[in-house]
Design a protein around this ligand. Structure first.
Ligand code: ZN
Length: 145
């Protein structure tokens, strides 16, 4: 089955959640890259257990920001529990099953990988490296489904 972005992806709910997340990320950066308990509570109201899962991924140092060669192009590699995913900064799209399910149900959401990657960058808990080339990872790299 082919999954693709549709105009429905930008639902109002996702846009509100996304702008809330960006606001919290800005506050984290202003607060010496620390997240306050208040902001954790705000995010928990919206993201629930996905927030806990995204913090687990951050603690496991699962996010890596990769800069391609001498360009300004970046992408994010996530070492998830069931595979390695490639994400793009500020793009609400993920290859994980939870995200794909949300698209098929026409209920797009922000998965723990997208959530975790934004928080990891804001909190400077994202590893970073440069790569001479763009390397696209998807779940089939690991043969785990
Ligand atoms: Zn995901």
């Amino acid at each position: 089955m082919e999954f693709s972005c549709s105009p429905d992806v930008g639902s109002l709910e996702v846009r509100i959640a996304s702008s809330l997340l960006e606001t919290v990320c800005e506050r984290i950066e202003e607060n010496n890259y620390e997240i306050t308990d208040e902001d954790i509570a705000v995010l928990y109201d919206v993201f629930g257990t996905d927030l806990e899962k995204s913090f687990e991924l951050i603690e496991k140092k699962s996010f890596e920001l990769v800069t391609v060669g001498n360009t300004a192009r970046t992408y994010i590699v996530v070492n998830g529990s069931s595979g390695i995913y490639t994400l793009y900064p500020y793009v609400n799209f993920c290859q994980c099953c939870a995200y794909k399910m949300s698209i098929t149900k026409k209920k797009p959401f922000i998965c723990k990988h997208i959530l975790g990657s934004r928080l990891a960058i804001a909190m400077k808990k994202c590893k970073s490296r440069t790569s001479p080339n763009f390397v696209y990872h998807n779940m089939s790299d690991n043969n785990v489904l």
